[in-house]
Design a protein around this ligand. Structure first.
Ligand SMILES: [Mg+2]
Length: 143
């Protein structure tokens, strides 16, 4: 069995009768808010153990964040693996052609002259997303 987060979380949602969509979709505000709260809870739990640990608790809470994030993506019909690939593509453009990395004093990698922002909307459109007001045809309108 695949151990990718997307596959594992999909199996969980199907087993538990939770929402799972395959096309990027705006969901009911109550459901969207619920998913946001779940993720905020898990992110807060990461913050609680980030400094003091212990390390197993940090690992647990980090995994919870990823699991819930994948679940939220699934509820909204987003292929999160594809979005992460686009974020990675963009992040790698922070590396200059000379192989140098510009850093802030705290170590954060900065955007250089060759930086390309991620096109997340483009990724979602390729997954079938038709944002409201875009004029893009929805399934019912396609002849
Ligand atoms: Mg947790």
């Amino acid at each position: 069995m695949s151990s990718s987060p997307a596959d594992l979380v999909r199996a969980f949602h199907l087993a538990m009768g939770l929402d799972a969509r395959s096309t990027p979709t705006a969901v009911a505000p109550e459901l969207a808010a619920h998913r946001g709260e779940l993720l905020a809870e898990e992110a807060a739990e990461v913050a609680e153990v980030s400094v003091e640990g212990p390390l197993d608790k940090l690992a647990h809470e980090l995994a919870d964040v990823v699991y819930v994030a994948y679940g939220t993506a699934l509820v909204h019909g987003i292929d999160l693996d594809a979005v992460i690939a686009e974020i990675h593509r963009s992040n790698m453009t922070k590396l200059g052609p000379d192989g140098r990395v510009a850093r802030r004093a705290d170590g954060k990698v900065l955007k250089g002259d060759h930086y390309e922002a991620p096109d997340v909307a483009g990724v979602l459109r390729r997954q079938g997303w038709a944002p409201e007001g875009s004029g893009a045809p929805v399934a019912d309108e396609v002849a």
